[in-house]
Structures are given as structure tokens and as C-alpha cells.
Design a protein around this ligand. Structure first.
Ligand code: HAM
Length: 414
């Protein structure tokens, strides 16, 4: 029997990755302009890291972690997200007192039920600002989200935002929610009854209409957070409301336990059920929770598979492609040098070499199919005369004969 890939862990082929590369190159410019630097941490961590950060009662740890015992009988897990590993790395390096602006990228693993936009191995690009208290860093990160969306041409999206207050406010809201829902427990859907027991705040995320109707009468986060927090949230929203659709969503709590303060998600209707392509927030207590010193922290992560769906590739300039056609075996050796010189002369152009596979006609067909704007053709006669044929595939197929020196010049200035 043929071996198949695991469910929810798709292969990515060159044609899929074309969009990823465009996204990644745009993103690296944004990170550069914000003086944000890359960090790489391991894919495997001790399971305790995630139970103490993301939270034992969260779905991610409770149901979705890929955990196993290693040869030393220690429980280790494939990372389901990046923030906990980044904080662990900074604590390990004893750098909690410094300021860091970091980004990371790579595969994450969650044993979820696969569906459109939801995978078991998926990829995130994340940003973590460490050592910055509530204030300008929130503005800077939201502005970074806007920059990223603008640069890759995403216009149709909403930022949902909420303020969870400090740990105390979060806990007293949670108590009040339990007290409110307990008498109505039988009216709740089975799933929400279970959530109320394991992770009450997640009831706010429920998709059940009856639960949402009930919650309308329930306690509101805004009544539990300080006036300063309320003011901060409103000022933040006002600062961006002229530039994007940004809305306060009091039911936004996010599925990871470590958040306090501002939390946000970016959603797009174009994505269907899994509509969040970015999520983040402040998590000032995580360093302490993991045994480190006090350290302010805020960040977000983008789901690459989801944002790629939204990338308007039509608006992005495709790199210029030139086909390189040679005919006949004996010409190949000498033509390597010409191809080599062309690539050295202008590395921003894609030189699509067909390695003399097939007739001139079939190579031309391939050049057209591969979207080559021009082709360089070298037959035996051209090679003997130190010449090449330069053919324009887009404008009526005009062609001219150039010397090998002239073709390098033309190629350099394309
Ligand atoms: P998260 O909301 O769990 O946050 O994930 C961030 C993004 O990853 C989501 O908005 C979504 O686009 C994508 N994502 C999550 N699960 C899947 C999946 N199964 N398949 C495809 N895409 C998925 C975090 O992970 C936090 N660490 C973000 C953060 C960074 N908060 C502070 N700093």
C-alpha cells in the first residue's frame, strides 16, 4: 500500500509556495523597518512549558497537543504556538531585564479536526515585543498589522479588540460569569456546559445561538476593568478607526490562558468558518508563570495558510522570466557558460532553462506556458557564429540576432 501523508498535514509544492515567498519577502521588509529581529526555537519542548503557559484547561493543551514520552521517559510536545518558547528562551538566557523586538516563523502542531483553513500542521509568523509596558507598544503592533495587510493588498478585514484587565479583573469577571451561568446550566449546549466547568471564559466564544442570547443578559468585561483600561482601549480604537475597521468585541477572550490586558484578532469574511488570520495580545504574567523575572510582553501571530488565501496576487509584480532554449546535444556544453554569464549579469530575472528537452517548438510551448516574456534561442548555427536569437513572446513574436556580448548587455538592462 502506498504511504500517505498524515491527515491535516499537507505537502506544499512549488506552485503553492509561490504566494508564500511573496508574503515572506514583503514581511521581511516590514520587520526590518520596525527593527524587529528573528529568533528560532526548537519544534519540541517539554510538555510542561505549554501546560504552564497556554493553560491546562485550554483546548490547545487539553485536547490538541502532540505529546509523547521520549526515550528518557520525559513528556515532550510538538509546539502548538510560538510565544511560550520565546519566553522560555529569553528566561533561559537570563535576558528578562532587556528589551526585545522579535519575530519567528515556522510550523506549529495542533490535533484539531481538519477542515478548510484548519490544519494539524500549520505555519505561523509571530512577533513578540518584550520589556514594553502597556502603552506605545500596543499602538506599534496594531500599526504593524495594518502595514502588513496594506503591503500585501488585504483591504477587506476587521480587527476585533478587547481589554481583559489585569489578572484580578479577569478572575473576578470569570467568577461572576460562573455565578450568572450556573442557574441556567441546563439551557446551555452540552459543549458549553463542559466549557463552563473546564474554561468558563471560553463560553463567551460559543457559536450556539441560545448561549449567545443568554450571555446578552450576563456580566460584561467592561464592568470589571479599571477606568484607565477602558480609556486605553477606547483611545487605541480611536487612533486606528480612520484607517481600518476596528471594533471592540467584549466577548473576545482568546483561547490561550496567558493573556491579560489588550487582546485582538483580525478576521476576514472571505475565509469562511475559520475567519481569523491573526491573533494576539498582552501577556505580562507569562515570564513569572514560567519561573522567570517580571517581563512585560505583547505580540501576535499570523496563520500563514490563512493569510495566503487573502493575498491578492494580481496586484503583485511578478518577477521577469526569460526562457533559455538550446537545440542539439553538442551545443549544451558551451551554452552553460552563456546561461551562467546571464545569471551573473542580472540575478533578479528568472532564467528558465529547458535543458534541451524536446524540439524547438515544444520548448517554445513550455516557455509560453511558464509565462516567459522573452526567450533566448541558441541553435548550432548561432553557437558557431557566437550569436543568439532574442525573441519577444509578448509583442507579436518579434525576434533579432544578437552577439553573446549584446545579449548580456540587453539582459542586464531589462
Ligand atoms: P492563536 O490565535 O492560537 O494565537 O493562533 C494565531 C493564528 O494562527 C490564528 O489566528 C490562525 O490564523 C492560525 N491558526 C491557529 N490554529 C490553526 C490551525 N489549526 N490551522 C491553521 N491556522 C491556524 C497564538 O498562537 C498566539 N501565540 C499568538 C500570540 C503571539 N499572542 C501573543 N503573541
Amino acid at each position: 500500500m502506498k504511504i500517505q501523508s498524515l491527515r491535516g498535514m499537507p505537502d506544499l509544492f512549488p506552485e503553492d509556495l509561490e504566494r508564500w515567498h511573496i508574503f515572506e519577502s514583503k514581511l521581511s521588509k516590514v520587520f526590518h523597518s520596525y527593527d524587529t529581529h528573528e529568533i528560532r526555537t526548537a519544534l519540541l519542548e517539554s510538555t510542561e512549558l505549554f501546560s504552564r503557559s497556554v493553560g491546562n484547561s485550554s483546548d490547545i493543551v487539553n485536547k490538541e497537543l502532540y505529546s509523547f514520552l521520549d526515550r528518557n521517559e520525559e513528556s515532550i510536545s510538538l509546539r502548538p504556538e510560538g510565544s511560550a518558547s520565546v519566553i522560555r528562551a529569553i528566561i533561559q538566557k537570563k535576558q528578562e531585564h532587556e528589551k526585545h523586538k522579535l519575530w519567528y516563523q515556522g510550523p506549529m502542531f495542533r490535533y484539531e479536526r481538519p477542515q478548510k483553513g484548519r490544519f494539524r500542521q500549520f505555519h505561523q509568523v509571530g512577533v513578540e515585543y518584550l520589556g514594553f509596558r502597556e502603552g506605545i507598544s500596543e499602538y506599534e503592533l496594531i500599526s504593524m498589522v495594518l502595514q502588513i495587510n496594506k503591503l500585501i493588498g488585504i483591504t477587506n478585514y476587521t480587527i476585533k479588540i478587547n481589554h481583559l484587565g489585569d489578572q484580578l479583573a479577569k478572575e473576578s469577571f470569570c467568577d461572576s460569569l460562573i455565578n450568572f451561568l450556573q442557574p441556567h446550566i441546563t439551557e446551555l449546549h452540552e459543549k458549553d456546559q463542559a466549557r463552563l466547568k473546564s474554561n468558563p471564559l471560553r463560553v463567551l466564544d460559543s457559536k450556539e445561538k441560545s448561549t449567545q442570547a443568554l450571555l446578552k443578559e450576563g456580566p460584561k468585561f467592561q464592568d470589571f476593568i479599571s477606568d484607565a483600561s477602558k480609556k486605553f482601549l477606547h483611545n487605541l480604537v480611536n487612533a486606528f478607526s480612520d484607517h481600518c475597521d476596528i471594533q471592540i468585541d467584549q466577548s473576545l477572550v482568546r483561547g490561550l490562558d496567558y493573556y491579560t490586558g489588550i487582546v485582538f484578532e483580525t478576521v476576514s469574511q472571505e475565509l469562511g468558518a475559520q475567519d481569523a488570520f491573526l491573533g494576539g495580545g498582552r501577556y505580562d504574567n507569562l515570564s513569572n508563570q514560567l519561573g522567570g523575572k517580571d517581563m512585560h510582553a505583547i505580540g501576535f501571530a499570523i496563520g500563514i495558510e490563512r493569510i495566503i488565501e487573502l493575498l491578492s496576487i494580481e496586484n503583485i509584480k511578478q518577477p521577469l522570466k526569460v526562457g533559455f532554449i538550446t537545440t542539439g546535444e553538442q551545443t549544451d556544453k558551451k551554452t552553460y557558460k552563456i546561461a551562467d554569464d546571464l545569471r551573473s549579469a542580472n540575478s533578479s530575472i528568472i532564467l528558465d532553462t529547458f535543458l534541451s528537452e524536446g524540439s524547438l517548438k515544444s520548448q517554445l510551448r513550455r516557455a509560453n506556458k511558464n509565462n516567459c516574456r522573452y526567450v533566448i534561442i541558441i541553435g548550432e548555427e548561432e553557437l558557431q557564429n557566437d550569436q543568439v536569437i532574442w525573441k519577444n513572446l509578448s509583442e507579436g513574436g518579434e525576434q533579432e540576432l544578437l552577439t553573446s556580448k549584446e545579449v548580456i548587455e540587453k539582459y542586464t538592462n531589462l
